[in-house]
Design a protein around this ligand. Structure first.
Ligand SMILES: [Zn+2]
Length: 111
């Protein structure tokens, strides 16, 4: 019994992936500048790869739904500002440089 060669091992590992690329039309036949046949990623695959490899949005663009606002203590959609989670109304009220978790401000409705 002969040992599996490197090429055989690679084929065994990659063939299923390559077949999947073909069956899902993520790759398509094309020709290079000299007219030789090549494979290239479909346009859809290239666009999606660009999206997936893009850096994550800045923290202040991500909306969190499970936090209380650090300023008014209301639970609702918040965004991160420094270490604090702040709702949109409070975000607009506070100066853009505000970054410390603030002591909740009395709104006159609570003692
Ligand atoms: Zn708030």
């Amino acid at each position: 019994m002969s040992a599996e060669t490197e090429a055989e091992r690679a084929r065994r590992r990659f063939d299923p992936v390559l077949r999947q690329l073909l069956s899902t039309h993520l790759v398509e036949p094309a020709t290079d500048v000299d007219g030789a046949p090549v494979w290239r990623l479909s346009e859809m695959a290239q666009e999606r790869l660009a999206e997936l490899s893009a850096p994550p949005p800045p923290g202040d663009k991500v909306v969190y739904f499970s936090h209380h606002c650090a300023r008014c203590d209301q639970r609702g959609p918040t965004r991160r500002r420094g270490e604090a989670y702040v709702c949109d109304p409070c975000w607009a009220v506070e100066a853009p440089t505000w970054s410390e978790p603030a002591v909740p401000v009395s709104n006159g409705l609570t003692a």
